[in-house]
Design a protein around this ligand. Sequence first.
Ligand code: FEO
Length: 398
Amino acid sequence: MKKIKPSINFAGILNPGMRVFDVIMRTEYGTSYNSYVVKGAEKTAIIEASHRSFSRLYGEGLEEALEGRTPDYLILNHVEPDHSGSVACLLERYPNLQVLASQAAAIYLKNIVNREDFKPSIVRDGDSLDLGGKTLQFISAPFLHWPDSIFSYLPEEKTVFSCDFLGAHYCEPGVLDREILYAPEYFAALKYYYDCIFGPFAPYVRAGLQKLKALDFDTVCTSHGPVLTKDGALGRVLELYESWSAEKQAGPARIPIFYCSAYGNTKSLAQAVREGVLGAIPDAEVPLYNIIEHDLNALAEEMNGSDAFLIGSPTINREAVPPAWQLLSLADAINIQKRPVALFGSFGWSGEAVPHLSERLQSLKCAVFEQQLKVCFVPTQGDLAAARAFGEAFAKGI
Ligand code: FEO
């Protein structure tokens, strides 16, 4: 059991062996499911629970962190199952435990706990909970990263419980940031976590940072990764969130072209399309990416942060090739709407890749260029001229 502050104990689970989180995130440094016990003179609160698969282990650590007390409250800053999966077990262990969450969270929670008698208490922005000499204050933090997210703030200990905000899938035995042994790896995990979890919600991140600025705090108890402290990484992490969430500065249009190419034909088209785009917008930044030669997450960041983009894929077995689909699977569905996009590709027999990718981008509500560039096998000089015209026409419409 780790003491974070005189009235705050760490009760979380360390999971250093995890390598994939929620199916989609790689977690090469493991993760932790952070949970905290807050002790007032009269009442005791748990903040955040744990993943269901760790319920027994979590229960044992929690007992230790409670130091003989019976908890009165469980506060869930949001209800994603990595934090709420063990709530049903906690309710069996502590039948009088009162669960507190935001209104949106309460709706989801009923479908996670699945008990007829389950009645969570709703906390609203500005509400507080007196534990006896220690008062938890609740601050709405919508879309950080779920609609139901809140921060909990304990002013007497200058501590914010920030939910996933400022967290990272990163695990070291020390729990506190001052004990991190592999700082570059931690900051890489922090960035990856930000990109995956908070990247789509930059305006809400800025709003969350503003709310934190209004508080007097020196410690942030996140839900994953190290506890952040003023003497450790807290200042740097806040700076990084400021810069990552900053509004994009005006500059040259960035129009990346992503392609796959089995025999160099789609690659030739990509190069010609690029010439056409630059013919229309000479100062545009138009990087060409052969998808299989780059880190997919880096490409996704490029795609999601672009002003417009193009994807080229050959057709194999009546379909676009998997790397093209894998890239699109990482599209930021929230912010990519209305983004100008265009499709092209060489094909042999039939040529379904371009229309199939087009359908997917239309379902994402992108502004899909009405022209589709499809060329059978090796592009002729005429085809390449058509590709340049295609790129130019697309760029002129951005
Ligand atoms: Fe760590 Fe959004 O759950």
